[in-house]
Design a protein around this ligand. Structure first.
Ligand code: NAD
Length: 491
């Protein structure tokens, strides 16, 4: 099987590394490809960075209106190829075809939003800060920028950064997750069709070795990372110590509060979608469901019904709503956490372990699982499960529930279901999380908003997407100028 190539300086080039990792279909363990994985990927990084530096020379002075033109073409190419890209996402990542397509839709929306960069990058100008003296601020590119992405959104996540970076006049390197590199291979076939300077957008494969080489390279100026919290913290610390801009999005453990006045059917349906979408492998997936007050068992029943209705299987088969988790190791880790929840006193309302999907017996399938009466200090309540598991936690009051939400070590999202405006307002104001949902599960924010995240879910300052993207990918320069009136007569 051929080893996947890098895309460097406008060409598909072989890696210097011959050691590989397998790219595996999580529904049946079929090896789909081999990706370079080892110490020698550092040479690929060095090559990509040197060409990215060259490409900057022409691109940084290209007018912004011209810089966004290739993005219009990219949007069109992504739309024309969305089914093929979505098919690859499902094959290597496992989610259903509909989920993969929705993911690419969000990628395209970021390209569209970045096309507004000519407006967003406008300067600020103050005339006559003193008589005859003007002061203004311009935004200039940062340099070579890098995105290091996780396995769970192989198509969308690089687009939280790439289109903004390019529109702002930077060059870019994508390092996809070694588990799911095929999606970006296809995207780069499309990027190859754009009228861009060679070396402006590059793709390098690998794992820790290539990431460390990017973090240490003096010509890399900005790092956008998305992945687990421990790695995000490491990326932030090492990148910042090397003087780079870093935005590092980490893991999550997302709470949802259901008040007694919530609409039961709608709430149950939305929570089940949030917990089980992408088999729970979303950083915005609901996980701890806090039922406040007396629901007479109705919400529990409705959640169990909604959970049971999810059709699990191979994401390219018709009617499948939930695919496998990414790897056998991940399946074992999740099943162990479920067992630990039970050993800590929880009752299994729905047990999705030992799921057998006909024709896909080797797949990493776990069906929707619900744990009730979970110990509040239990491991399953604190740890990011990243699988299709819901924990039900009964509480007495909204105050108790908000205190619980605010004790979360993470802070990616928190939701409330209620028909009370006052409850909603109180929650929105007090909840300690960067994304808030009221009567809705939180999907990735629309491209015009920053993808916020608090506490251990984010390390840095400016987030991805929208205006934050423009700010992250530019550095400000403030210019002050004196033009004395008298000179008009002199010259
Ligand atoms: P991961 O941290 O294992 O890997 C992410 C990237 O980091 C990959 O490209 C990988 O090659 C690289 N990497 C892994 N270990 C490294 C190390 N020790 N040193 C340097 N680089 C390393 O994450 P994952 O398992 O691919 O993704 C799942 C995680 O990502 C979950 O925790 C999820 O919550 C999080 N996530 C967060 C967001 C968000 O917006 N906050 C979005 C998606 C996923």
């Amino acid at each position: 099987m051929e080893i996947l190539k890098n895309y460097i300086n406008g060409s598909w080039t072989e890696s210097r590394e011959q050691q590989t990792a397998n790219v595996v279909n999580p529904a049946n363990q079929e090896v789909l490809a081999k990706v370079p994985y080892g110490e020698k990927t550092v040479f690929d990084v060095a090559s990509a960075v040197s060409f990215a530096v060259e490409a900057l020379k022409e691109w940084r002075d290209t007018p912004v209106m011209k810089r966004v033109q290739p993005l219009y073409k990219l949007k069109q190419l992504l739309e024309e190829n969305i089914d093929e890209i979505a098919r690859l996402i499902t094959l290597e990542c496992g989610k259903s075809f509909a989920e993969s397509k929705a993911e690419m839709q969000r990628a395209i929306e970021n390209v569209e939003t970045a096309c507004g960069t000519p407006m967003l990058i406008q300067s600020e100008f103050s005339e006559n800060v003193a008589t005859g003296i003007d002061e203004f601020m311009i935004r200039q590119p940062v340099g070579v920028c890098v995105c290091i992405s996780p396995f769970n959104f192989p198509g969308m996540i690089p687009f939280w950064f790439l289109p903004y970076a390019i529109a702002c006049g930077n060059s870019f390197i994508v390092k996809p997750s070694e588990k799911v590199p095929l999606t970006m291979m296809k995207v780069f076939e499309l990027i190859d069709q754009l009228d861009l300077p060679k070396g402006l957008i590059n793709l390098v494969h690998g794992g820790k070795a290539s990431v460390d080489a990017l973090l240490d390279h003096p010509d890399v100026k900005a790092i956008s990372f998305v992945g687990s919290t421990n790695v995000a913290r490491y990326i932030y610390q090492r990148g910042a110590a090397n003087g780079k801009r870093v935005q590092a999005q980490g893991g999550a453990k997302n709470p949802v509060i259901v008040m007694p006045d919530a609409d039961i059917d709608m709430t149950a349906r939305i929570i089940a979608d949030s917990v089980y979408g992408c088999a729970g492998q979303r950083c915005l997936a609901a996980s701890n469901i806090i039922t406040v007050g007396d629901h007479d068992g109705f919400i529990k029943e409705a959640l169990a019904e909604a959970a049971k209705s999810k059709t699990t299987g191979f994401g390219l088969d018709a009617g499948i709503e939930m695919g496998p988790v990414i790897s056998p190791e991940s399946k074992i880790r999740i099943e162990n956490l479920i067992a630990q929840g039970v050993s800590e006193g929880a009752n299994l309302l729905l047990d999705g372990r030992n799921a057998k999907i006909s024709g896909y017996e080797a797949g990493n399938f776990i069906k929707p699982t619900i744990l009730e009466n979970v110990a509040l200090d239990g491991e399953v309540v604190k740890t990011e499960i990243f699988g299709p598991v819901m924990s039900l936690l009964p509480m007495d009051s909204i105050d108790q529930a908000i205190d619980f939400v605010n004790n979360n070590a993470y802070g990616n999202m928190a939701c409330l279901f209620t028909s009370s405006g006052l409850n909603a307002r109180t929650f929105r104001n007090r909840a300690n999380a960067g994304n808030i949902g009221i009567n809705i599960g939180v999907a990735a924010p629309m491209a015009q908003f920053p993808f916020s995240g608090w506490n251990n879910s984010f390390f840095g300052d400016l987030h991805g997407q929208g205006r934050h993207g423009i700010e992250f990918f530019t550095q400000t320069k403030v210019v002050i100028e004196r033009w004395p009136k008298e000179w008009l007569r002199k010259f």
